[in-house]
Design a protein around this ligand. Structure first.
Ligand code: HEM
Ligand SMILES: [Cu+2]
Length: 566
């Protein structure tokens, strides 16, 4: 039974439950969902981080792995935990809290779907991890043929994809319900981001689902060979999209959350929505930049994919411009002066700002490195070297992850109805600095040693004391130092998250969403035409993939039997 409390003055009656929900922010059920998703992602950070350190020490020649633990087994687990588990669970937990907050709570049906999705992913994860632990699936997180893992590994992956789809459809249902109830209104901006991300998650994981479904019968031995070209292409159609899903998630916090944290207003609503729409439409079509040195793909097709990859640079540059405009405008309002002196007015001591700010700054060299890699001639130099590993520890390991860390300092207290204390804020600031310095060392060393030819995905070897390989050693030492700092950062961050979840003082924390400028121009309604954006996206995908895939199938290379290389 619910107690009815008459509200004085407003002439409105609210139930007790409505009232507590309002006072206390997010409903307990929605909070529980996000809490669990976030917990899984930070446990993945802890486990993945420890494995990362083992690899780093191994590569520097400081640690010999015990015979029962294979380097490639460790690397597979590191990749799966950090780029699949951590990112997927964080993204879903964060956007589900965002949907709940901006759309007035999750529908009970949607909440149920997210729970089913959660357990499908966990069961799938167990299926994938057991063969990895048994050294039956050391195929790295990219798992493309001709290397073959135990079939159960791929069955686990199918379950994970289905679990993600449950969450994507849940989000679509909640958004559609809201739109029906609010005709003619714009979807709140964070839910607009969420829609973009879930559209990409669904369409981007279709190709990998097809890939895995063709691998399973081959891994069981029911069919003898597989078309390696098709499998790799399907994988990167997904892999490349996944990268931009993380990016779009981080960008949502940059546009919507960070301005509020620094006491400013949002950048142009229309341009923000255009950035989201263009990322959704142009994204999936860049996959071949991961296959620039693959044989059997015509120059013209590679060129088109590189063009599409670089066209994503356009919304990125818009983002850079928008963010610095917001920073300058806000700082000047607070009395900041001079051409650059205004930066002093920004709240550098607030981890909710500092972490995403460093994330944004890291994206400048990270993006530049990416443009270098998309260039055919330069790609020949760095392809499959440690340079690439340095690149994605800057992009996902810094730009994306530091943004996620920054989000955690308000999202976790928000869902656990606690507050961020000055002590934990300070811990967060130190954590951010430790992470930044650690990554400067580790990623810097990886970039450099990659240019000198050190290969990625290779256990420690001196190639019979070859002079070139010995020349890498000093840089690999920096890699180990960076990795050690990073594991300290991991421990601090995981401590902060679970402290904020279970032990911080009770209280109310705001979900920070910045308002538009008072004189903002009205966003035209055509931005809400999601059906059209999806059709355009599919046209771009067709343009990029129909011809090469047809060619790979019609003029198929000899099929490959499964290989176990480890
Ligand atoms: C304690 C922190 C970390 C350390 C010490 C570390 C170290 C390493 C090392 C030494 C390698 C690879 C080497 C090789 O190619 O042989 C690697 C690979 C990788 N790391 Fe990390 N890393 C850390 C954190 C992260 C984070 C936070 C992410 C992403 C969110 C990440 C994603 C990856 C990925 C995707 C690979 C490639 C796996 C593959 O090639 O299959 N790492 N890491
Ligand atoms: Cu890519």
């Amino acid at each position: 039974m619910e107690t009815v409390i008459p509200q004085s003055g407003k002439g409105k009656i609210q139930t007790f439950k409505e009232k507590t929900n309002k006072v206390m922010g997010i409903s307990l059920e929605d909070a529980k969902l996000t809490k669990l998703y976030i917990s899984v992602s930070f446990i993945a950070l802890l486990l993945g981080g420890v494995l990362g350190l083992l690899q780093g020490l191994n590569r520097a020649g400081l640690l010999q792995l015990p015979t029962w633990l294979n380097y490639y087994q460790v690397l597979t687990a590191h990749g799966v935990l950090l780029v699949l588990v951590l990112t997927a669970f964080f993204t879903i937990g964060y956007f589900y809290a965002g949907l709940s907050h901006t759309l007035g709570g999750l529908l009970p049906k949607v909440r149920k779907m997210a729970w089913i999705g959660f357990w499908m992913k966990i069961v799938g994860f167990v299926f994938a991890v057991v063969p990895i632990l048994m050294n039956e699936a050391s195929v790295l997180y990219t798992f493309y043929p001709p290397m073959a893992a135990s079939p159960y590994f791929y069955i686990g992956l199918v379950l994970i994809v289905l679990g993600v789809w449950m969450c994507a459809f849940g989000a679509f249902i909640n958004v559609a319900h809201w739109r029906k109830k609010h005709p003619g209104q714009h979807l709140p901006i964070l839910s607009f981001f969420a829609t973009g991300v879930f559209v990409l998650l669904f369409f981007g994981s279709l190709p990998v689902a097809i890939e895995v479904l063709t691998i399973i019968p081959w891994a069981f031995g029911w069919v003898e060979t597989i078309n390696v070209m098709v499998a790799r292409t399907l994988f990167w159609a997904f892999g490349h999209t996944l990268v931009n899903i993380w990016y779009l998630t981080a960008v949502s916090a940059w546009y919507v959350i960070v301005p509020k944290v620094i006491g400013g207003r949002r950048w142009s609503d229309l341009l923000t929505r255009i950035v989201i729409i263009s990322l959704v439409i142009m994204n999936i079509t860049g996959g071949f930049h991961h296959q620039i040195v693959d044989p059997g793909i015509s120059e013209a097709v590679k060129y088109m994919h590189v063009f599409m990859s670089l066209s994503i640079g356009f919304p990125s540059l818009m983002t850079a411009f928008a963010m610095f405009a917001v920073f300058e405008r806000t700082a000047r309002r607070k009395g900041g002066k001079g051409l650059l002196g205004w930066y002093k007015k920004l709240p550098w001591g607030d981890v909710r700002f500092l972490a995403p700010m460093i994330a944004m700054i890291a994206f400048i060299p990270a993006g530049a490195g990416g443009i270098a890699q998309s260039t055919n001639q330069l790609n020949q130099v760095v392809h499959n070297t440690m340079w690439v590993v340095g690149h994605f520890h800057l992009t996902v390991g810094t730009s994306v992850i530091l943004t996620f860390f920054g989000i955690s300092y308000w999202l976790v207290p928000y869902i656990s109805k606690r507050v961020l204390t000055p002590q934990i804020n300070k811990l967060g600031v130190i954590q951010t600095i430790v992470w930044t310095v650690g990554m400067l060392f580790m990623s810097g060393a990886m970039h450099w040693v990659g240019l000198l030819g050190s290969p990625r995905r290779t256990s420690y070897t001196t190639y019979g004391d070859h002079a070139t390989a010995l020349g890498w050693d000093p840089y690999l030492m920096f890699l180990a130092v960076g990795g050690t700092l990073l594991i300290i950062g991991v421990l601090m961050q995981v401590y902060a998250v679970f402290h904020l979840m279970f032990f911080a003082p009770k209280g109310e924390t705001e979900f920070p969403i910045a308002e538009e400028e008072d004189n903002a121009t009205k966003t035209p309604y055509w931005t809400e035409r999601w059906g059209l954006w999806i059709v355009l996206m599919l046209l771009f995908v067709a343009m990029a993939y129909v011809i090469p895939l047809t060619e790979f199938i019609v003029n198929a290379p000899p099929g490959s039997p499964p290989f176990k290389t480890w």
